[in-house]
Design a binder for this molecule. Structure first.
Ligand code: PLP
Length: 227
């Protein structure tokens, strides 16, 4: 077993607990998504042996090879990277979750291609809260219409929002982005969408994201090492 991965996981879990306590939130309401992109099946096996079950991947073909190699384990796979139209079938057939929905066309294809024997694909809409030029994600203005349309698709279950803040100068700037994501999520809930997931917070902004209501943090390097 890979001891450093087990130790790293313990350390990240402790950070999450500490951030929950500091924020006055119940420990156990924030899930850890272990981002295993670029790492092979053995690293995922080591993390699973240490108790981790949810894994995040960016590159579809790489992920499908890994998922296939690890079919003997009860793992939950999350797609967190951009999806081209020609990759939707692979995603619909192999993943449990998608965090990076930002176009209706992709969501429609995923819904059409989700195999009947699998539960609905669990999805989050990626929102570009701070207007970063280089990122994907729907704008806050376009979010309500996209959310209603995605929620109506039969083979998808809309669970919440995902955001990737630009690196900011200060903690307060980061927190402002997280807070805005939380507010957007609350506004959608008031429109009747039963959202329960806020996928936000990575190594650098984990505590700030948890303070503002994150329910899922995505951590790669701190668990598996430098890519
Ligand atoms: C790679 C990635 C992460 C994890 O980043 P680390 O710096 O390795 O912790 C989280 N979220 C997304 C969307 C990513 O692409």
């Amino acid at each position: 077993m890979n001891l450093s991965i087990a130790d790293n996981l313990k350390h990240v879990q402790a950070q999450i607990e500490m951030a929950c306590r500091a924020a006055g939130r119940p420990v156990g309401r924030v899930r850890l998504l272990a981002v295993s992109k670029t790492w092979g099946p053995e690293a995922v096996r080591a993390a699973h042996a240490a108790g981790q079950t949810a894994f995040g991947e960016n590159y579809i073909q790489e992920a499908v090879d890994k998922i296939t190699a690890l079919q003997d384990l009860p793992l939950e796979w999350h797609c967190i990277g951009p999806i081209q139209s020609n990759k939707t079938r692979l995603v619909a057939e192999h993943f449990d979750w998608v965090h990076s929905i930002d176009r209706l066309k992709i969501a429609q294809r995923l819904s059409e291609q989700r195999p009947a024997h699998l539960p609905p694909l669990q999805v989050c809409i990626q929102v570009n809260v701070d207007g970063g030029e280089t990122k994907s994600g729907v704008s806050p203005q376009e979010l309500p219409a996209l959310a209603q349309a995605v929620a109506a698709l039969p083979r998808l279950q809309l669970r919440g929002l995902m955001t990737i803040p630009e690196p900011a100068e200060t903690d307060e700037q980061m927190r402002a982005v997280h807070r805005q994501a939380k507010q957007l999520s609350e506004a959608l809930r008031q429109q009747g969408l039963p959202l329960d997931t806020l996928s936000m917070g990575m190594s650098a902004d984990l505590a700030a994201a948890i303070a503002e209501g994150s329910t899922m943090v995505r951590v790669g390097t701190a668990i598996f090492g430098k890519r």
